[in-house]
Design a protein around this ligand. Structure first.
Ligand code: GDP
Ligand code: MG
Length: 166
């Protein structure tokens, strides 16, 4: 099994930390060869059962910038080409217009989306339940997975869920 996974989310939510942990702990090949003209390979994780190709989708994770409609359409349509989208959010930050904007764009495509709630080491279990409830109302996520990229909590589970979708 092999597939393309795009990690999107606002700056500082922990996308690079997650990738470094995942690619760093397993045998992997880092590559900066462009996979398509739009998507850049950030790392490849090879396990016994699967190859996970993580790619960066420029544009979609910068909703605060004033991108033209055209640029945004390109960014969104590039997400149609991947097998799975990881939408990463910061557990410490509430649901805001940035998140709303991204979910609106995602609702126009068919690709399954995992909500990855990162930095759970910084919040209480009660807080986490509230966040999960909030997001459940907003979008039909294929999975909702809380993690701490920095401490590694639940990262293995996330990888298992990703493999199951490929
Ligand atoms: P990116 O912009 O989405 O790639 O975010 P980074 O991976 O660069 O992380 C931004 C900041 O958040 C850095 O200071 C990280 O150390 C920190 N960070 C990332 N993941 C976690 C986490 O799980 N817990 C905590 N407490 N901090 C984190
Ligand atoms: Mg980064």
């Amino acid at each position: 099994k092999s597939g393309f996974i795009s990690i999107i989310g606002r700056p500082n939510v922990g996308k690079s930390t997650f990738l470094n942990r995942v690619i760093g702990q397993k045998i992997a090949i880092m590559s900066d060869k462009p996979q398509t003209t739009r998507n850049k390979v950030q790392g490849v994780l090879t396990t016994d059962d699967a190859q996970m190709i993580f790619i960066d989708t420029p544009g979609i994770h910068k909703p605060k910038h004033k991108l033209g409609d055209f640029m945004m359409k390109i960014a969104v349509s590039s997400l149609k080409e991947v097998d799975l989208i990881l939408f990463m959010v910061n557990a410490e930050e509430g649901f805001g217009r940035g998140e709303e904007f991204i979910l609106e764009k995602l609702s126009a495509i068919q690709t399954p989306v995992f909500l990855v709630i990162n930095k759970i080491d910084l919040i209480s279990p009660d807080m986490l339940l509230t966040i999960i409830d909030t997001y459940k109302e907003k979008y039909d996520f294929a999975e909702i997975i809380p993690i701490s990229a920095i401490e590694g909590n639940n990262v293995e589970r996330l990888l298992e869920q990703i493999q199951m979708r490929l």
